[in-house]
Design a protein. Structure first.
Lengths: 297, 297
């Protein structure tokens, strides 16, 4: 089991306009990820539109994924929710539905204090015996973890990893040198934000949590292998080839781009959850051009 | 019916740790608001923790409120949700449950474009024949309405009002002069953010959407009457008396303060939805001191 290490692929969750899961499309997407041999799956992350789905829909997605993966690829599932009692319920659902780990984001409406988030994570982690990864994504959740909070959480029994937003390349060593001494020795620090994550892994991050790997696993694995080998020349060369796609993610929003690729490659004939709109035809064409150019990797 | 005009009181939604509505406590709070003769009720706003409650819990809260108010005080209810189809379902529930109007906030996880929010509001407004008030609260929803979007929405048939965050006193005239010519003549512009709203109303805002009025209706009505009379000396005098309470709202978060007052006045023996924590005993004492000092109004 390579939980919290290596390349973790975050797929979209194909669903209809009401959020009913398209199990066949989800299975198609997950089978490709298993065949590509990503190190783990991050179901129901931001790419997987977890906040847009009901508890029942989320359980169905996990059950479908567990059936498809059949224990061959570790399955981590997002259990974030506004309310602690709802996140607890989702965490309790995860293991019987077939998950190997849970991922928890501090989804917030009322601004939360560091101590409120500590209590929230502690309560959820105690509701399951699955290992838990902290989902640190201030851009989506509007909550910023302080180092002290991360350290306190890392010392709770079930909390074994954090998914950090990748800083600029030049800031990665400082961040890891600052965080590592505060964490238990077996605690895993991984990174997301695809355009920066290869560098973050090459400089010591233990995992890359990737939305793009959820739809283009082969291509992202090439970049991941360069990162693993700390081959910075190859990372730079490949990131230059990825650049048009990274730029479209910045401009159009990663989730919209992921759905555009799912449509363009025939994996899923459907849309993101409204109010999030699908790409225009022109935008979709630009995205698929950027995907085509990845053949130069 | 004074919908979208005057003082609209936004109560908390008393509930247990799982979000099950405490109907008796909700009835107690609403009866006080009706007796105080606020102009309308804004149920399930930010003060009412709408995002922390399920569809069924929200329907029960609306039904309880409609029964208590019995048509004497207009009832507006929040129908915001991440997913358009969920907001549509909530809007469809509102009228049969007894609501007179709906309030819609652009709750967002993926950042939304102006056009996505337009489509979201159009779809929800077409799902009900109740009038709709736009909930503009960038601090909570992380979405900023442009003037053009507000104007386009204001011209849709059911959309009749907006709840704006109060700007600084000196900026109110410019804002109203900028927005009014872009809106239909019967479109109502109201304000929230209690510490600033009396001035905003005195300078031309047509409604004050108030969380504090949801728990201290008599006291806030005094300040509202001064605003209505454009008596700026009285507004300043009363805002000085309110200042310790406004400062505690800023420091501790308005929702936590509202629950503290509900507890301290014996209206509700319960807590905000976790992960939002109740006040410490010291904080609660400071809040009740600030409430006591309002006797000088």
């Amino acid at each position: 089991m390579a939980l919290f290490q290596g390349l973790s692929a975050f797929p979209i969750t194909p669903a209809d306009a009401d959020g009913q899961i398209d199990k066949a499309a989800l299975a198609r997407i997950l089978e490709r990820l298993a065949v590509a041999e990503v190190d783990s799956i991050g179901l129901l992350g931001s790419a997987g539109s977890y906040v847009y789905l009901s508890r029942d829909q989320r359980r169905q997605a996990v059950e479908t994924a567990a059936e498809v993966l059949n224990g061959k690829t570790p399955l981590m599932v997002g259990v974030g929710a506004f309310r602690t009692s709802e996140a607890v319920a989702l965490a309790k659902d995860a293991k019987p539905a077939g998950a190997d780990a849970v991922l928890l984001a501090p989804v917030s409406y009322v601004s939360l204090s560091q101590d409120e988030v500590f209590q929230h994570f502690k309560t959820v982690s105690e509701a399951t015996d699955l290992p838990l990864c902290i989902y640190n994504n201030p851009g989506a959740t509007h909550f910023t973890f302080g180092d002290e909070l991360l350290s306190k959480l890392a010392h709770l029994p079930n909390i074994q990893a954090v998914k950090m937003p990748s800083p600029l390349k030049e800031d990665v060593p400082e961040e890891l040198n600052r965080l590592r001494p505060r964490m238990p020795s077996d605690f895993k620090i991984g990174y997301s934000w695809d355009m920066r994550s290869a560098d973050a892994v090459a400089l010591g991050g233990e995992a890359w949590y990737s939305g793009m790997a959820g739809i283009l696993p082969q291509q992202v694995l090439k970049l991941y292998r360069a990162a693993q080998a700390q081959n910075f020349a190859d990372i730079d060369r490949m990131n230059a080839i990825f650049k048009p796609l990274w730029d479209l993610c910045t401009k159009l929003g990663t989730v919209r781009v992921l759905y555009g690729i799912a449509n363009g490659t025939g994996l899923f004939d459907g849309q993101p959850p409204l109010p999030v709109s699908p790409l225009s035809q022109t935008e979709a064409e630009k995205v698929m051009q950027a995907v085509s150019s990845l053949s130069a990797l």
